[in-house]
Design a protein around this ligand. Structure first.
Ligand code: NDP
Length: 487
């Protein structure tokens, strides 16, 4: 059997080994095959990467926004040129269906680079005449930023953090999740080939210790994390030591409300997309589906019929709808939540079982599950499961369902399906969430701000608002006349 290749760190536009040549393995979660032996960065390696980013910062910040944008635009084109390769890498490293990854992972990363390439040229400050003169503001980069990613959308997350940071004139050190290290590294190589100068985008590899070394590094001005709430707390606490700015994209348990006037097929489509895409490993998923009691029966009938048709299979097969969960440990945790949910009274309507896929016997597959849940305190209605597990609850009154939807420590996303225009907007306004979809679910166009409230996060990614999280304003006051000193 051929041995798995080594994949190294990316510092100063070169693949470099870690100082201690330590390695960890990354595996295909569908087959357990070792895909690569990856160099593990310790604090010394992280320091090297930060130093490289620090050295590159003045020249990168010294370019005009349009010049930076031109390079990012070339990067976007290069990512599209590598669409098939990157899509397969995400499929192999993350267990995600190849039916999804070209669009959901690669195109979304390219869209992001393209969008912020355009935004880079429009960064501008304000001017105002005031008593004694005038002032203007300069949106200046923060310096060296750190990005730390989760394993569910590794390439997209790397792009979502790198593109706005770089557009605003910062340099970045990115750490992908240990479980999915390959695509961010490939992105770095592709961006370097497209003309990104050395040190502007560096990649360090490793687990929590590597992330911690990055967050605690005094040379890092800002940390942007995508991960669990508990990790968010730890990263914020570490960042607080040196008062680093933070952006936090954390977990959720989002509600999706279906009123009795909704287009039923669209609502079922939304529920399916918002629960089973990427095996349910999506932070914004609408895993608490509140259905008006008047349409509960037909809704469930159509939902179950369509769930039954989903194919759990080899992620490399274009006909696969539901791929492998990220690891056997994660599968076991998902199944444990299901067991607990049943003990707490949830009624299993379909799925929720470990599946053996021919040719992928070692993979961590779980069939898409739908549960009827009456008790809002049931674990299935409370806990972020991060797997293909949907809870359907029923409601009668709008005010009560809003109350129930908002009864969560999270506030990442929400959805509402109704044909009543006024109700759609009224409910969207009342829901405690950073993103609300009306008559759709889980679309995240790069132009739209993305992020959570409450324990789901701080700050926003995407849209021009992301740039404000990667810049600091300098106010410059210019006197119009003499200094009138009383001394
Ligand atoms: P984790 O919180 O476990 O990990 C996120 C990243 O943080 C990983 O790179 C991890 O390293 C690193 N990390 C862990 N501990 C520390 C630490 N103390 N200091 C610095 N870095 C650390 O999340 P998962 O990877 O398991 O991803 C799933 C979670 O991410 C879910 O809760 C999901 O909701 C959330 N998520 C949120 C999104 C959003 O935009 N709101 C989008 C996608 C996911 P390693 O894993 O290598 O050990």
């Amino acid at each position: 059997m051929p041995t798995a290749p080594d994949r190294l760190l990316w510092i100063d536009n070169a693949a470099v080994d870690s100082v201690r040549s330590a390695r960890f393995e990354t595996r295909n979660p569908a087959t357990d095959e070792v895909l690569a032996r990856v160099a593990e960065a310790d604090a010394e390696d992280v320091h090297r990467a930060v130093e490289s980013a620090r050295a590159a910062a003045p020249a990168w910040a010294g370019l005009t926004g349009v010049q930076r944008g031109r390079i990012l635009a070339r990067g976007a084109t290069a990512v599209r040129d590598h669409r098939d390769e990157l899509a397969m890498l995400e499929c192999l490293d993350g267990g995600k269906p190849i039916a999804e990854t070209p669009e959901a992972d690669v195109d979304s990363a390219a869209d992001c680079l393209e969008y912020f390439a355009g935004q880079a040229g429009s960064l501008q400050g304000d001017y105002q005449s005031v008593d004694g003169g005038f002032f203007y503001t300069r949106p200046e980069p923060l310096g060296v930023c750190a990005g730390i990613g989760a394993w569910n959308y590794p390439l997209q997350i790397a792009a979502w953090k790198a593109a706005p940071a770089l557009a605003a004139g910062n340099t970045l050190v990115f750490k992908p999740a240990e479980l999915t290290p390959l695509s961010a590294l490939r992105l770095a190589e592709i961006l370097a080939d497209a003309g990104l100068p050395p040190g502007v985008f560096n990649v360090v590899q490793g687990a929590a210790d590597t992330g911690r070394a990055l967050t605690r590094h005094p040379g890092v001005a800002k940390v942007s994390l995508t991960g669990e709430v508990g990790t968010g707390r730890a990263v914020m606490a570490d960042a607080a030591e040196s008062l680093k700015a933070v952006t936090m994209e954390l977990g959720g348990k989002s509600p999706l409300i279906v009123f009795d006037d909704a287009d039923l097929d669209n609502a079922v489509s939304g529920a399916l997309l918002g629960n089973f895409y990427t095996q349910g490993e999506i932070c914004t998923n609408g895993t608490r589906v509140y259905v008006h009691e008047g349409i509960l029966e037909p809704f469930l009938e159509r939902l179950l019929a369509r769930t039954r048709r989903l194919t759990v299979g080899d992620p490399r097969d274009p006909d696969t709808d539901v791929g492998a969960l990220i690891s056997p440990a994660h599968r076991d945790q998902v199944l444990a939540f299901i067991r607990q949910g049943e003990q707490e009274g949830a009624q299993r309507l379909i799925g929720g079982e470990a599946v053996t896929v021919p040719g992928c016997e070692a993979g961590a597959f779980v069939s898409p599950a739908v549960f009827r849940v009456d008790d809002p305190d049931c674990v299935l209605a409370r806990q972020e499961i991060f797997g293909p597990v949907m809870s359907v609850l029923s409601f009668r009154e709008e005010s009560r369902v809003i109350e129930a939807a908002n009864d969560s420590p999270y506030g990442l996303a929400a959805g509402v399906f109704t044909r009543d225009l006024q109700r759609g907007h009224r409910v969207a306004a009342a829901l405690a969430a950073g993103v609300v979809w009306v008559n759709h679910y889980n679309l995240t166009p790069i132009e739209m701000p993305f992020g959570g409230i409450r324990q789901s996060g701080l700050g926003r990614e995407n849209s021009r608002h992301a740039l404000s999280h990667y810049t600091q304003l300098k106010s410059v006051f210019v006197a119009a006349g003499d200094v009138d000193a009383p001394y």
